[in-house]
Design a protein around this ligand. Structure first.
Ligand code: CMX
Length: 437
């Protein structure tokens, strides 16, 4: 649904059932729009011009297999003996200019031509451009899945509060199961267009299928790494921005798809989930500036340069943690068991940065936690394994965080937790409270 080819495929698939995933019209709906005018046109021609003579019947027509005899209606195309074919008025060069091509190619795809022939119009533009950040695509994709929400459907029909959790559970499990394919589809569309996703294998676990669909199924180490990363990143209590957003939106009884889509947009901020992409960008620019053999002093100087330019050091600090994040330690230990990772220049730079950064941040004196969080290392390992499109990294975080955020949604419904509604205060009211305290 995110790319021209995918859009046109869904166009065909959904044309039959009349289903759609977002606001773009199905082929059936597009036809429903144009058919009345065509029916009117035919009615008018019949009533006003039935007796108008269009041509003579010549002997050559009769013995020549009706060649040239104007006696048939055909809407989609008209052939001029000199100019050639026009499809709803468009010449072939017009079509080549106006109709979508295959990803990475220039030629018209058959699905586009079918749309033109049927409707007389160019197919709708692809819904999401590939330049749209993968996290935005994931959020939109997850929200669109609410088309099939069991909870939403049941709620509309009327269900008891005590039954909310069962439909919520169904949606949550379905969403977790569908996330790897959706996330892999986004990766393929943006970075590897025109390639088909591998099908789901029942012999593989969720992450095994995910790496397979991403196109890294043969890399057992990457799959193992992602198993660890996705599991330990699955939940981090309720107060973090993504989990809290899922809970807040879920407390309105929005279905799990909508609720988790909102969470994904919270995850997409650089102070939260996007930090893994930012860490890699920062470490790579450090590598570019200092080379692979950067000394501790070089790194110190780079850290100060970052801090003095008013930026945060990505991957360090935390809203709650006050020590090195155990998830960071677990990922570092994973690196320490693999010779290729131990020899990787970027992983070594991360390690060296860890040896210096807490001291610099303590001296800087602002952050309450000068220690690394999970994001200080996560993206660099992916980079080493060849998954180098770092704008995609937070999508993997999004596949992971669903485990915890959606678990909470089931429990919130099972426990009948209320609508969240914190009380806000103005500064004047706050000062009055302070005075009277
Ligand atoms: N580099 C520089 N300054 C930092 C810093 C860092 N890594 N971490 C915190 N600070 C600064 C804050 O910006 C704040 O400065 P001001 O007083 O000028 O506003 C001050 O230190 C106090 O902040 P804090 O109470 O220690 O931290 P917060 O709870 O406000 O913020 C976090 C937490 C994670 C947003 C912050 O540490 C940060 O920006 N880290 C870098 C981004 C990052 O790695 N985020 C990922 C976190 C993990 C996740 O959610 O995925």
């Amino acid at each position: 649904m995110f790319h021209r080819a995918a859009a046109s495929k869904s166009l065909l698939r959904h044309a039959v059932s009349g289903r759609r995933l977002a606001s773009t019209k199905t082929l059936k709906e597009a036809l429903q729009e144009v058919i009345p005018a065509k029916q009117e046109q035919l009615k008018r021609i019949k009533s006003e011009h039935s007796q108008t003579v269009v041509g003579d019947v010549k002997v050559e027509n009769i013995i020549g297999g009706m060649r040239g005899l104007k006696s048939m209606l055909w809407e989609a195309s008209v052939l001029d003996p000199n100019e050639g074919i026009r499809f709803h008025g468009l010449t072939i060069p017009d079509c080549q200019k106006q109709l979508p091509a295959a990803p990475g190619g220039k030629e018209i795809i058959a699905e586009s031509m079918l749309w033109l022939l049927m409707t007389g119009k160019s197919p709708p533009k692809p819904r999401l451009p590939t330049t749209l950040h993968p996290m935005t695509q994931l959020g939109i994709g997850v929200a669109a899945l609410n088309h099939d929400s069991a909870f939403q459907n049941a709620y509309e029909k009327g269900i008891k509060k005590s039954d909310y959790w069962t439909y919520t559970l169904e949606d949550c499990i379905n969403l977790i199961a569908r996330l790897p394919a959706l996330a892999a589809r986004i990766y393929r569309n943006v970075y590897n267009p025109g390639t088909e996703l591998r099908g789901i294998s029942k012999d593989l676990d969720l992450v095994g299928n995910y790496t397979n669909m991403l196109g890294y199924g043969n890399n057992k180490d990457l799959t193992e790494y992602l198993r660890l990363y996705i599991s330990i990143h699955g939940d981090h209590e309720g107060g973090n921005a993504s989990a809290h957003t899922a809970h807040l939106v879920g407390s309105t009884l929005a279905d799990p798809y909508i609720s988790y889509s909102a969470a994904l947009f919270a995850l997409a901020g650089p102070l939260h989930g996007l930090a893994n992409q930012e860490v890699l960008r920062w470490q790579l620019s450090m590598q570019k500036a200092m080379g692979d053999k950067a000394s501790h002093d070089d790194i110190k100087a780079y850290l100060w340069k970052t801090l003095k330019s008013g930026q945060v050091v990505p991957g360090y600090g935390h809203g709650v943690l006050r020590k090195s994040d155990p998830r960071f330690i677990a990922l570092q230990e994973f690196c320490d068991t693999r010779p290729d990772l131990m020899a990787s220049p970027i992983i070594n730079l991360v390690k060296k940065t860890y040896e210096v950064a807490p001291g610099v941040l303590m001296e800087h004196g602002k952050t309450k936690n000068p220690w690394p969080n999970v994001d200080a290392t996560s993206g660099c390992v992916l980079y080493h394994y060849g998954l180098r499109e770092f704008k995609y990294y937070t999508v993997i975080f999004g596949v992971s965080r669903a485990l915890g955020a959606l678990t909470q949604l089931v429990w919130a419904r099972a426990l009948g937790l209320p609508l969240e509604r914190p009380k806000s205060l103005s500064m004047d009211v706050l000062e009055k409270i302070i005075e009277s305290a």
